[in-house]
Design a protein around this ligand. Structure first.
Ligand code: AMP
Ligand code: ZN
Length: 464
């Protein structure tokens, strides 16, 4: 498999450290607000990478952090504490904010068929690991203490500028405009590992440490969680391109200083989703979430389809016009598949040919638009039986995850209202011990293709 490695700036043949097993780390969300569809583009790309590797026969161990400490989203003492700001806005504790938005994030992922990684860990759960790492970095002279805080000395790092490809001289000119000056640092690009003295004096999340009560710096959570759950050698580390500098650069510096050897071989970055004004962000323009798209009548999987039609390393510009075209194309594609005859009639002929084509698309730096073209090619191929087409599409959809074979299970509002009223009526009948009526309602719905599911707390339903 060929992947573009940001570290070496070239397409490279992927070889994991351990045959057949891939250790993969992906930076997770900061849970102070909903994810916007730009963030979700990055998670779609990572999902395809994970599933693509699995399709090729690798066993993928994937770990992701959840950043639940707001001030960790910026270096040193700069920026704002986003968790605290949301807690004040919503009159909740920072822990409640983290719970709520972590949950919302995984609900969005679920709508987009993004699989939850094997291990998902909150940043605040691993303070002991960060302390252990920081202690060693201090002992070995990579870090220093200054006015109550601990900083990493970037001048001690090996090849600090390799990942970003930045020129230190340019950086030092830029730094004056982009980073608020922290007088405790030796070099402007040194970064905080532990803070006891900070402008975020009123924040709720603080822990004891050998250097006093405080909180960790932004980058150490990913180095710490990766080390704890994936060990000393990582195959793949992903994120959006904005993570390259300083976040991933600093992760490499501290992890390699701590471990004493090279840490991760392949750094794979997804390009941004832009709007007409540039990079999509939570603070400017319309705050585009998956729920908002749904309210406007879009199927989340049409957004996934929209993303997969362009390569993850190309910028993608979002507009409602292009999403409309994607949704139309997606619906047409699903309709074509729906019309295929499902009578079992599998022909081996050409199965391997198409599977090889599909593998080659994965191996070619995750060429997702080619993967979709292969689906169209299969539909057009008169030498394939309908059942063989369905077989192949179902197989490829393990990677694409566009719900191509599933029947459309969405119901319109009127039907939803009818079902909910029937469920209420049945719940009442059960309460009144009128089981005959309850069963009758259940059977009536079942006859209409709606299956009632009795949960512990509430009754739900499924379209069959
Ligand atoms: P955050 O929750 O801000 O830490 O971001 C989560 C992920 O979304 C990171 O991997 C970012 O690199 C990525 N990201 C942020 N903005 C965009 C964007 N406009 N398009 C694609 N990915 C993005
Ligand atoms: Zn990270």
């Amino acid at each position: 498999m060929k992947l573009y490695n940001t570290l070496t700036k070239q397409l490279e043949t992927f070889t994991p450290n351990e045959k057949n097993t891939v250790r993969m780390y992906t930076c997770g969300p900061t849970v102070y607000h909903y994810a916007h569809i730009g963030n979700l583009r990055t998670y779609i790309f990572e999902d395809i990478l994970e599933k693509g590797l699995e399709y090729l026969g690798y066993n993928v161990l994937r770990v992701m952090n959840v950043t639940d400490v707001g001030h960790l989203t910026n270096d040193s003492d700069t920026g704002e504490d986003k968790m605290q700001k949301s807690a004040i806005r919503e009159q909740k504790s920072v822990y409640e904010i983290a719970d709520f938005y972590e949950n919302a994030f995984f609900l969005d992922c679920n709508k987009l068929n993004i699989r939850k990684p094997n291990v998902v860990e909150r940043a605040t759960k691993h303070i002991d690991t960060y302390i252990l790492m920081i202690k060693k970095l201090l002992d070995e002279g990579y870090a220093y203490q200054s006015n109550g805080n601990i900083y990493f000395d970037v001048s001690k790092a090996n090849n600090y500028y390799q990942l970003s490809g930045k020129n230190p001289k340019d950086l030092f000119v830029g730094v004056r405009e982009t980073v608020e000056e922290d007088k405790n640092k030796r070099n402007p690009y040194d970064f905080g590992l532990w803070f006891t003295v900070s402008k975020f004096s009123n924040q709720e999340m603080k822990w004891d440490s050998p250097w006093g009560v405080g909180y960790p710096g932004w980058h150490i959570e990913c180095s710490g969680i990766s080390y704890k759950f994936l060990g000393e050698y990582l195959d793949i580390h992903c994120g959006g391109v904005d993570n390259i500098f300083p976040h991933h650069t600093n992760e490499i510096a501290q992890s390699e200083a701590f471990l004493g050897h090279k840490w991760c071989n392949y750094w794979i970055h997804g390009e941004h989703l832009n709007d007409s004004q540039g990079k999509m962000s939570k603070s400017k323009g319309e705050f585009l979430t998956i729920s908002l798209l749904e309210e406007k009548g879009y199927n989340p999987l049409a957004y996934r389809f929209f993303c997969l039609n362009s390569h993850y390393r190309n910028q993608l510009v979002f507009s409602y016009e292009s999403l409309n075209s994607a949704q139309n194309a997606y619906n047409k594609l699903k309709n074509k598949i729906k019309k295929l005859d499902r009578t079992p009639n599998l022909h081996d002929k050409k199965i391997d040919y198409y599977k090889d084509k599909f593998k080659t698309a994965i191996e070619n730096d995750l060429n997702t638009s080619l993967m979709i073209t292969i689906i169209y090619d299969i539909l057009k191929d008169s030498e394939l039986t309908d059942f063989t087409k369905l077989y192949l599409i179902a197989d490829f959809d393990k990677v694409l995850s566009l719900g191509l074979i599933e029947e459309d299970k969405t119901v319109d509002e009127e039907i939803e209202l009818m079902i909910m009223n029937k469920i209420k009526e049945r719940d009442l009948a059960k309460k009144e011990k009128n089981y005959e009526k309850a069963d009758q309602i259940r059977n009536e719905l079942f006859a209409r293709g709606i299956k009632i599911i009795d949960g512990k707390e509430k009754t739900t339903y499924e379209i069959i």
